[in-house]
Structures are given as C-alpha cells and as structure tokens.
Design a protein around this ligand. Structure first.
Ligand code: ADP
Length: 179
C-alpha cells in the first residue's frame, strides 16, 4: 500500500528491512548503541562487523532516546544506517509519543542531510520496547506525512513491517489518515 504526498511516496511493505534497496536503512537501536536482538540484531548480522566498529568509534557515548545517528551501511544494500533510539513504552504518560516522533523526525532530517532519496524504517519501539502497534503507527505515519508535506523529500519513505499484525496496524492508520 502507498500514498503520494506531493511528489513523494510513503509506502507500507511487509518484509525484512535488511533486504531493502534504499539509500538509508533505519535501525531500532538502544541508547548504548550496543547491538541487541530484533531488528537491531538482524541489521548488524547483515551489515557485518564494520557497522559496530564504526558506531563505537564515532559515538562512544551512545545516542539519547528520541534521537538518531548515522553510520555507513557495511554489507547492506544501502549507503547509510540511521541508528534511531525509540522510547520504552511505560504506559504513555512519560513522553513516549514525543520521543518516538522525535526519533522518526531526526532520521528524516539525517536522510535529507546525507542526500538520501529513499529511506526504510522499521516499526521502531513496537518489539521489545512494547509500544502498542496502533499508537506507534499513528505517531510514525503522522510524523512522516508532516515531514514530507513540509520538505518534499526524501522521495521515498518505506515502512517495512516484519509481521502481518504490524502491517495491519499501520495499514488501518494510513487508511483513516486518508479518509
Ligand atoms: P524495539 O526495541 O525498538 O522495540 P525491536 O527490534 O524489538 O525494537 O522491534 C521493532 C520492530 O521491528 C518490531 O515490530 C519487530 O517485529 C520488527 N522487526 C524485527 N526484525 C525485523 C526485520 N528484519 N525487518 C523489519 N522489521 C523487523
């Protein structure tokens, strides 16, 4: 499923983010940038060890929640990995929506700064971090929509949803945004 926002395309796809042929792949990292399971593990496995060594060299302090940092993409079919740190869900009253929004926004800003025409995001925070998928979908899609309206770039933003349930949650939110 996709929508056009001016000349930009916002796409939902069920699949594996490590297989995406895009300029920038977003990782759902932790604030230590220490690697982990889920999409983080998959990206580091597919990208190879240079991803971790570059991350350690460039960002020894890690990355605060709600922000993101860029490295090269190692063996992935992309130019950059944007390591974004989403919030852990603690019930929704601890700034989670703002932090998630800021993680998406920072990635979009970094993508533009690094001249990336295309960027793929996973559903940041919806795995181990426990953010409810429908609420995460609202924040993610609204943030992307707003950014594309305002900046008309990147040309392609693809949300890559790993399982059918997450894809469904994002598709329902996108449909209501269009209605
Ligand atoms: P977080 O700690 O931010 O919650 P997770 O990696 O646990 O990060 O999960 C984030 C989302 O990424 C979940 O929806 C999970 O199903 C999804 N995911 C896991 N592996 C992949 C993959 N290879 N490609 C795309 N999404 C993935």
């Amino acid at each position: 499923m996709f929508v056009m926002i001016g000349a930009c395309r916002l796409e939902l796809l069920q699949g594996d983010i490590t297989r995406q042929q895009v300029n920038a792949v977003v990782n759902a990292a932790n604030s230590e940038l220490a690697g982990g399971g889920g999409v983080d593990g998959a990206i580091h496995r597919a990208g190879g060890p240079t991803l971790m060594s570059e991350t350690r060299d460039k960002y020894p302090q890690g990355c605060p929640t709600g922000s993101a940092v860029a490295t090269s993409a190692g063996l992935l079919p992309a130019k950059f990995v944007l390591h974004a740190v989403g919030p852990v869900w603690r019930g929704g009253q601890e700034g989670e929506p703002e932090l998630l929004r800021s993680a998406f926004r920072t990635c979009l800003e970094l993508a533009v700064e690094h001249h990336c025409d295309s960027v793929a995001f996973p559903a940041i925070s919806t795995g181990v971090y426990g953010y409810p998928k429908d609420l995460a979908a609202e924040v993610a899609l609204q943030t992307i929509h707003e950014f594309l309206l305002a900046h008309q770039q990147p040309q392609l933003v693809r949300m890559v949803l790993f399982d059918g349930g997450t894809y469904g949650a994002f598709a329902r939110v996108l449909e209501t945004m269009l209605a």
